[in-house]
Design a protein around this ligand. Structure first.
Ligand code: FE2
Length: 476
């Protein structure tokens, strides 16, 4: 039992007192007499301790003693409230950190753009994640579509270890990570044996959604705020950061699932479009591969002039489809070698509008309509179908006009050989501002070697050959 004492000074103020809060449950005046009073202290053990004050100072001393004890009781109450408030504040802070992290993640993810990859989506999220949990750097080890082959790791900040070391770390903990986040700090020798001196602490999490394993995240080395004296043993990641990372990784996994679905959808679109284009080009041997080449030139030209990846991808798709309206042009006109008469020219000029009509039915392909409809407009306003002038012609139409003409000039025809690069460049320069947008002609001719490379690299797709049935069995 702790000693209990109360010593008063002559002016009735307390000189010293002492008891342990846990030992005292109350106080009372147990006796009062001419020689002073006895102050009783009830101890938690159920016993009483008491002492006698001096006679001259009995009453004020007693009051003082009671006040001191009440204050002490209040102090205990206050400590309890402060402790509860601290716990509440910690919870609010944790909730706030989680909300802030999820908010910054949400803005980093947004809706996936057409063409965005799993790796790009992940990289966008790693920075906010690293800042949210105070990690020096977070690595992502992603898997390809086969869920086995690893992509090269990506990091939010500096790469702290080689890909091989990171893969080794993942391999050693992937089984445990399939159940829960793996948290390791400096005291764990396994950390150092695998990663050397570059990673002292880490949290490793599995990134999985809808039964699909996307890969793993590894948050490395937790920094303390500048000037923090972090006691040894309290450095590194705790369950607070592990829980935050787990919540955020679930969000990221759901987003990666969406990105993969979008990629599958886009691949399906592109395959359907190619099939459609093949059906059109199959009617004319000499135009085989024309749409694919024009699409590649158009994508390249779009990139050269600084358009975004999503615009360039859209222009590629437009290039594939730009002549789809030729399906409505009779063979006699479409396949006629040599010059067309006025009537035949009028028929073939309907293909731009016919393409618009065909594709207009497909909601998902609405964004290719401007290029399909306007790829035969002229910069001086003498083109078709609407005679638009200059930059009134949609960019896709102006880009396709240059690329379509370049492919036509450099391709062999039954009645002539394809032109040389220099001759094609000369014709493009000559028609700049009249047929074609001058800025686009400049960009094209300045990079004409790269367009020539695209042309020479392009190989027409081989059509599948159906196997011969054996023993009367159908081939599917
Ligand atoms: Fe055309």
């Amino acid at each position: 039992m702790h000693p209990v004492h109360l010593v008063l000074k002559d002016d009735c103020s307390v000189q010293s007192y002492g008891w342990h809060a846990d030992d005292v449950s109350g106080c009372a005046i147990t006796d009062r007499g001419p020689q002073g009073a006895t102050v009783g202290i009830r101890l938690s053990t159920g016993n009483w301790a008491s002492w006698n004050t001096s006679s001259a100072l009995a009453r004020p001393s007693l009051n003082h003693a009671k006040t001191v004890l009440q204050l002490h009781d209040r102090s205990e109450e206050r400590d309890r409230l402060v402790s509860e408030a601290d716990a509440l504040a910690t919870q609010v802070m944790n909730d706030f950190e989680e909300l802030s992290l999820l908010r910054s993640l949400a803005s980093a993810m947004e809706l996936p753009d057409a063409g965005v990859t799993v790796a790009e989506t992940t990289v966008r999220c790693l920075g906010p994640l690293a800042r949210g949990v105070g990690a020096n750097s977070i690595a992502a080890v992603l898997l390809m579509d086969d869920e086995k082959t690893r992509m090269p790791p990506c990091w939010s900040d500096e790469a702290l270890v080689s890909p091989e070391k990171l893969f080794q770390l993942v391999d050693e903990h992937r089984m445990e990570a399939s159940q829960r986040p793996v948290v390791r700090n400096r005291s764990d020798h396994a950390v150092r044996s695998v990663t050397g001196d570059r990673i002292d602490q880490f949290v490793l999490l599995q990134c999985r959604s809808e039964g699909r394993l996307h890969g793993w995240l590894v948050a490395c080395n937790r920094w303390a705020d500048e000037g923090d004296e972090v006691p040894w043993g309290q450095q590194g990641f705790t369950t607070v950061q592990a829980t935050l990372l787990e919540t955020a990784t679930h969000q990221l996994a759901a987003q990666l699932h969406n990105v993969r679905l979008l990629q599958q959808k886009e691949a399906l679109y592109t395959d359907v479009v190619r099939t459609l284009v093949n059906a059109v080009e199959a009617r004319d041997h000499y135009t085989s591969g024309h749409s694919e080449r024009v699409a590649r030139f158009a994508k390249r030209l779009s990139e050269v002039i600084g358009e975004s990846d999503s615009v360039s991808d859209r222009i590629y798709l437009t290039g594939l489809l730009h002549d789809v309206g030729k399906i409505a042009v009779p063979d006699g006109v479409l396949r006629k070698p040599g010059d067309l008469d006025d009537q035949e020219r009028a028929i073939i000029e309907t293909h731009a509008e016919a393409g618009w009509r065909i594709l207009h039915e497909l909601e998902a392909l609405r964004n290719v309509l401007p290029g399909v409809l306007y790829h035969h407009e002229r910069f001086d306003g003498k083109g078709y179908p609407d005679g638009l002038v200059g930059e009134k012609i949609p960019l896709e139409g102006r880009i396709l006009a240059v690329c379509d003409s370049f492919d036509a000039m450099t391709s062999d025809r039954p009645y002539r050989k394809g032109m040389s690069l220099s001759r094609a460049a000369e014709i493009l320069r000559g028609g700049s501002g009249r047929y074609w947008d001058p800025k686009l002609v400049d960009a094209f001719v300045e990079n004409i070697e790269s367009f020539a490379q695209i042309r020479s690299d392009h190989r027409p797709r081989q059509h599948a050959v159906r196997p011969t049935p054996l023993h009367g069995e159908p081939i599917l």
